[in-house]
Design a binder for this molecule. Structure first.
Ligand SMILES: [Zn+2]
Ligand SMILES: [Zn+2]
Ligand SMILES: [Zn+2]
Length: 150
């Protein structure tokens, strides 16, 4: 993603007649400063460390905006829970998801990427995006230890 995220978001909001509010900025900065895959509850918890008055609805709406303007990717990993991850300064990657403790591991494999392209070409497809999610048990859960060792 190119460009300053603030500018990008300001432009996006302006085009839609929406105002940038202090709460919105706080949510955006908290999100962009975090790493990994956050759900709204987790983001709300972190935002409230700075401003306890922020509501879950505001976080929901703001994350929807961020996803719409391409600054965040919304991901739904099997459990029906939407998690967001920053689209800034991130290379493409895919995910391994533990169905027991929810641990998410990121990976990137050139051969898998190339194979996917080859499959698509064979079917006359031009791929514009993809996501690959592998579900199972993480090392810790296989050892019966759950998240503490994930
Ligand atoms: Zn991939
Ligand atoms: Zn696990
Ligand atoms: Zn990821």
């Amino acid at each position: 993603m190119d460009g300053n995220p603030d500018e990008l978001l300001q432009r996006y909001l302006a085009e839609r007649g929406l105002k940038s509010t202090r709460q919105r900025s706080l949510i955006v900065n908290t999100f962009l400063g975090a790493s990994g895959h956050l759900d709204v509850d987790e983001l709300l918890r972190r935002v409230r460390e700075s401003d306890p008055r922020v509501s879950a609805a505001t976080v929901y709406r703001t994350m929807k905006l961020l996803a719409d303007c391409g600054l965040a990717h919304a991901q739904r990993f099997g459990d029906g829970h939407t998690r967001y991850e920053s689209a800034l300064n991130r290379d493409h990657h895919d995910h391994l998801i533990c169905t027991s403790c929810g641990a998410i591991v990121e990976f990137e494999n050139d051969r898998i990427e190339a194979l996917q392209d080859a499959v698509a070409r064979r079917h006359g497809f031009k791929v514009t995006r993809h996501k690959l999610e592998l579900y199972g048990l993480c090392r810790g859960c296989q050892a019966g230890k759950g998240r503490a060792h994930a």
